[in-house]
Design a protein around this ligand. Structure first.
Ligand code: HGY
Ligand code: MN
Ligand code: MN
Length: 412
């Protein structure tokens, strides 16, 4: 049990592990680029596996490449208390998004070893494949397959811009594991993460007790116009795919503003073809990302956009194929897990507040199959998905200590 223990993680060791992992895929501006299932992602995975084995864990890998490092419990037949996050990053990502949740979980294992604490339930630290949805879409796909949101074939068949599939790349980097994906009981799941927004830092609060996550809808648009010469083609007869795309960008922004402050709307990707300065663009591929904590509002954003896109296609004399590729309902986390996080923050006298996650996380999928909550810490200026992403060591330590106590409470 844990009586008489000065329950604490080794914050400096956690910080050092983060900085060690950040050397893999380090970018010029101090961030990280470890796109899912690239050689750099494999390097990060291999380092994590080595550290876990050094900490006495056994390693399992499932068919979506999800890694589970397991520390045995007194009663090893009991369902595990699990934590974890992702090691893949955005192309211009930071050193903390995802990797903090993975290495905070490893630090809990290392600290339990140091304190000779045996838990009733086994402890597992998970690495979920392709959380970011940057190289392969949709995001959070492997925790979604684990939670039964998508089937395994769909997950393995997702392809990147070069047509390489998740299944092929898992084989190539040696992480196509043998285990079935999901369908096993988890006692509780906790994910520790930077907030990736400004609320906690602005309010000078150390711990975000995450009560749920907002809903998300992701779309892909193929806009088909007609390439023609920029000189002799009269304006009225043009089928300009980029003009239509520009009207969609403005529309998406208007939908976001009309549903602010909670609604968010983003066009993150826009590829123009043939992208030549004296050719009227014949084709554009672009994406739309809608978010809102209220499902009714999210549905309104969807309907408004669909109607307006049809009108834009007509007005611009182009064809627009709109495909929805993700539909994540807003989701409340488990009250008992939320209470465990709150109690841990209170016991440690950290300032805290309830908060709904603006970003999607693997916890949003795992919450469909296991009691789940998240622990947020602030990040500098609320900036993330940016190479300057940064966090104070004391925040990193605090989140790790809250995780240790929340997990212990559920594991005994
Ligand atoms: O898009 C998200 O919210 C997460 O970073 N995948
Ligand atoms: Mn993340
Ligand atoms: Mn992210």
């Amino acid at each position: 049990m844990t009586e008489g223990h000065n329950l604490t993680i080794n914050g400096d060791r956690l910080w050092d592990s983060l900085m060690e992992m950040a050397k893999i895929g380090a970018t010029e501006k101090g961030g990280n680029c470890r796109l899912a299932l690239t050689d750099l992602d494999r390097e990060g995975r291999d380092l994590f596996v080595r550290w876990c084995e050094e900490a006495g864990c056994t390693i399992r890998v499932d068919k979506m490449g999800n890694i589970f490092a397991r520390r045995p419990g007194r009663n090893d037949d009991l369902p595990p208390v699990m934590t974890g996050s992702h090691l893949d990053t955005q192309p211009t990502g930071g050193r903390f998004d995802g990797v903090y949740g993975v290495l905070a979980g490893l630090e809990v294992v290392r600290s339990l070893n140091d304190m000779n604490i045996e838990t009733e339930h086994p402890i597992e630290v998970a690495v979920w494949t392709n959380e970011e949805g940057s190289r392969f879409a949709p995001s959070m796909i492997s925790s979604a397959v684990f939670a039964g949101v998508y089937d395994l074939d769909y997950g393995l068949a997702c392809a990147d811009a070069d047509g390489k599939t998740i299944g092929e790349e898992l084989e190539r980097i040696g992480y196509a594991g043998p285990d079935e994906v999901g369908n096993r009981e988890i006692k509780a799941f906790f994910e520790t993460h930077i907030e990736q927004g400004p609320i906690l830092e602005n309010e000078d609060i150390t711990i975000g007790v995450v009560t749920g996550a907002q809903g998300q809808k992701w779309y892909e648009l193929d806009i088909q116009g007609q390439e023609s010469h920029a000189g002799p083609t009269p304006m009225p007869v043009r089928k300009d795919a980029l003009l239509a795309a520009a009207r969609v960008v403005e529309l998406v922004n208007q939908v976001g503003l009309a549903h602010a402050p909670d609604g968010c709307a983003t066009v993150g990707m826009l590829n123009v073809h043939p992208n030549s300065r004296n050719v009227i663009p014949g084709h554009v591929f672009m994406t739309i990302d809608f978010r809102h904590p209220d499902p009714t509002q999210l549905a309104t954003m969807d309907q408004t956009m669909r109607g307006a896109v049809a009108e834009i296609a007509e007005r611009s004399q182009v064809e627009i194929e709109l495909k929805q590729i993700m539909d994540l309902e807003p989701l409340p986390f488990d009250e008992a897990c939320v209470a465990s996080v709150q109690k841990a923050a209170d016991d440690l006298s950290f300032s805290s507040r309830r908060i709904v996650s603006g970003a999607g996380h693997d916890a949003c999928n795992i919450a469909r199959v296991a009691p789940t909550s998240m622990i947020f810490i602030p990040c500098i200026d609320g900036i993330s998905h940016n190479e300057v992403e940064d966090a104070k060591p004391e925040w990193i330590h605090a989140g790790g200590n809250v995780l240790l106590r929340a997990m212990l409470e559920r594991a005994n």
